[in-house]
Design a binder for this molecule. Structure first.
Ligand SMILES: *Cc1c(COP(=O)(O)O)cnc(C)c1O
Length: 361
């Protein structure tokens, strides 16, 4: 029982479901979701309810429950495009950089073409235009909040510009909205206001929303009918999935406002870390629950991570020698204030010994 107590800022996937959330499983109406009554209605009433709720919140005609965001993104990519097709992404995008599935030659076989990100993490519209004229593109992707650029949230007018450029090229937009509701809280708009600029949207239940498992893919009825086939092919059709859906419904009904506080905590710490600006600049403006510190290189990054671990703080390395801290409902204000102090302290030690001295902690 003498377990060390960590301040765990590695990811918002470390959230654990509350008792109230788990109790919903006992009351959930269950059935075989794989047996369809109509294209939108399976045999599990709770899954049907979650899918209808997700469709309503995102302003789409239909939605599909997936076991993971990775599978939902992959199904979306492979519903819109097929092996050999070109897909517009940015180089830091999770579905390109981390998941890869759609782009691995032996799996999805899609070919990436890239747009640049502007300083605020939004697509650089000139580079989008150039990419769309240079190549015959089948699908465009956008990520919001944008994880590896520091949780940036594209404002609706920029999403509209992106959609407009893609519309002119005659191609659909898929949105990786793993943390869609962190963007909703940051921008203070309805989810629908963000999702209207995408033809398909994925969001996760198992991150800040605190549900145990699951992601939703939302879009038109026709798109969802095809994506559901793809889910089956990928092995994602689940039977009594109401046990996943019930906590998901609870999460959507109760846990969205809490994300605002996660965003505020990240912002609070960012304010305190501004004084490290020279040695460890902050990536982006920290509009949501993700804070990334830039480090001079691999060695410094590792050293700072080690120095933080010694002080009881867990974080994660991200592309470009960044250290990522993610807020979630498992980190209260007291731990947040402590984390800010300890990060400043650890960073000071690393800087004082010239960086990279793992034994300088
Ligand atoms: C976590 C994440 C995913 C994938 O979700 P999983 O459920 O972990 O597969 C996709 N995109 C982004 C931006 C993410 O952060």
């Amino acid at each position: 029982m003498d377990e060390k107590r960590w301040i765990d800022l590695r990811s918002d996937t470390v959230t654990v479901p509350s008792r109230e959330m788990l109790l919903t499983v006992l009351e959930a109406q269950l059935g075989d979701d794989g047996r369809r009554i109509t294209p939108e209605t399976g045999g599990d009433g709770t899954v049907n309810e979650l899918e209808a709720l997700a469709a309503r919140i995102t302003g789409k005609e239909a939605a599909i429950l997936f076991p993971s965001g990775t599978m939902a993104n992959t199904a979306a990519l492979l519903t819109w495009a097929k092996a050999g097709d070109t897909v517009l992404v940015d180089r830091l995008m999770h579905l390109y950089l981390r998941e890869k599935t759609g782009f691995v030659p032996a799996l999805g076989g899609l070919l990436p073409v890239f747009y640049d990100l502007a300083a605020n993490g939004s697509p650089d519209m000139e580079s989008v235009k150039n990419a769309l004229t240079a190549a015959s593109v089948r699908l465009a992707c956008i990520e919001t909040t944008h994880n590896f650029s520091g949780g940036s949230c594209q404002p609706p007018d920029e999403l509209a510009q992106f959609k407009e450029l893609c519309g002119r090229a005659g191609i659909p937009v898929h949105m990786d909205g793993a943390r869609l509701f962190n963007a909703v809280c940051s921008l203070e708009v309805e989810a629908e206001e963000i999702c209207r600029y995408a033809d398909s949207v994925m969001f996760c239940l198992s991150k800040g929303l605190g549900a145990p498992v699951g992601s939703l893919l939302c879009g038109s009825r026709d798109f969802c009918r095809r994506a559901r086939e793809m889910r089956k092919a990928l092995g994602g059709a689940m039977r009594k999935a109401g046990v996943i859906a019930a906590p998901g419904i609870y999460a959507l009904k109760h846990n969205v406002p809490g994300l605002k506080e996660d965003n505020e905590k990240a912002r609070y710490v960012a304010e305190r870390l501004r004084k490290l600006e020279k040695a460890f600049p902050i990536r982006g403006s920290v509009p949501s629950n993700i804070l990334i510190l830039e480090t001079a290189g691999e060695e410094t990054c590792r050293a700072l991570m080690e120095a933080l671990k010694v002080r009881g703080i867990l974080c994660n390395k991200v592309p470009g020698h960044g250290l990522r801290f993610v807020w979630h409902n498992g980190v209260n204000w007291e731990d947040t204030r402590l984390a800010a102090e300890l990060i400043v302290q650890a960073a000071g030690r690393i800087k004082a010994c010239g960086g990279g001295e793992a034994n300088g902690i």
